[in-house]
Design a binder for this molecule. Sequence first.
Ligand code: ADP
Ligand code: MG
Length: 259
Amino acid sequence: MTGDVTGGPLVRIRGLRKSFGSQPVLDGVDLDIRRGEVTVLLGPSGSGKSTLLRSINHLERPDAGFVEVGGELVGYRYQGGRLRELGQRAITRQRARVGMVFQQFNLFPHLTVLDNLVEAPVAVHGRPRSGAEAKARELLDRVGLGGREGAFPRQLSGGQQQRVAIARALAMEPQLLLFDEPTSALDPELVGEVLAVMKDLAESGMTMLVVTHEIGFAREVADTVVFLDGGRIVESGSPAEVLTRPRHERSRAFLAAVL
Ligand code: ADP
Ligand code: MG
């Protein structure tokens, strides 16, 4: 609606509200994510973190407020002065710009590692298979999995599967990557290899929104830390501000519990 404003935030969320039944889950969220920055989203279980991430991809419809990515309203357009939901093709096109990495990896179990990476670029972007494969091999090298192209997900460790999932998201050349507790399902000794890949991505300039309880990662990698509680952002600032000197009693209690 406003067009892509160079220098504006990549993601602009304003007044976002969402209830399930009578339960408000997002209660008026305002958030900007600037290009090339890493935002870590913290908050207790049930505070609305996953719902907020899903809203950015229009996997949840807002009750009020809006999300813009690259200056474009997500999920809707104005027609004759009224807001109308986009059709499936337009929604798919918007979602292709935003990669998502989940706690449970969500790889296609019946496809090889290589085919997991090749499927969407070919099906959604219509890329030629040979080019998509070359790109996939490059990305697998980048996440430390060169040589595992022919493996099936079940033959890999959790840490390796999550690195494949990250490479698969990158294969779509997204403008933005969303991570929803990417290391929460991993054995502790496998967490580091996934965080290292995420840190490398951050250093390469990828714009990222990361839900995690890994406070060390937040301290080291985040540009901005946001604390969500009861569907509201109660603190937002640099890691030093939010992690070292939290102002809100709820964020203090949360940090005391996870540190
Ligand atoms: P978080 O990721 O911070 O743990 P969620 O966004 O998953 O929080 O969920 C926030 C609240 O919304 C929880 O109470 C959850 O049970 C509820 N919720 C999430 N999705 C749904 C849904 N599809 N239907 C009903 N309730 C939901
Ligand atoms: Mg969640």
